[in-house]
Design a protein around this ligand. Structure first.
Ligand SMILES: [Zn+2]
Length: 119
């Protein structure tokens, strides 16, 4: 997963990132281009919880309805519950994709140029 540096726009990944100290979260992920360090922050799971609640609240009766449609061979019920389930899955995919790890400037920064072999 690449993170675009807020300072210079460089794509920082786990592979090319600067690391001064793995034990210090403020200094373990830095932009190799400008030396700005970022801290890993877990995003709030609130939207995920809402998605989960919605999924359980709407999904469960829809699955029951779908089962009912299968039993009675009611095509309309099958179609409607299928559409609801599909859109619900899409919604869940959307909300869960927003949850994840992001980075914010840790306040720590190194001077890249001074450590280079220029001059
Ligand atoms: Zn940068």
């Amino acid at each position: 997963m690449a993170y675009q540096c807020e300072e210079c726009g460089y794509s920082v990944t786990r592979r090319n990132s600067l690391c001064e100290d793995w034990n210090d979260e403020d200094r373990s992920f830095g932009c190799p281009e400008c030396g700005t360090f970022y801290r890993r922050v877990g995003k709030s799971l609130k939207s995920g919880n809402i998605g989960g609640l919605l999924g359980a609240g709407v999904g469960t009766p829809t699955v029951i309805l779908f089962g009912y449609g299968l039993q009675t061979d009611d095509k309309l019920v099958l179609l409607l519950s299928g559409v609801v389930l599909l859109s619900l899955l899409g919604l869940l995919a959307l909300t869960s994709s927003k949850i994840g790890v992001t980075y914010q400037p840790s306040g720590y920064r190194v001077d890249i140029d001074s450590s280079g072999s220029q001059e």
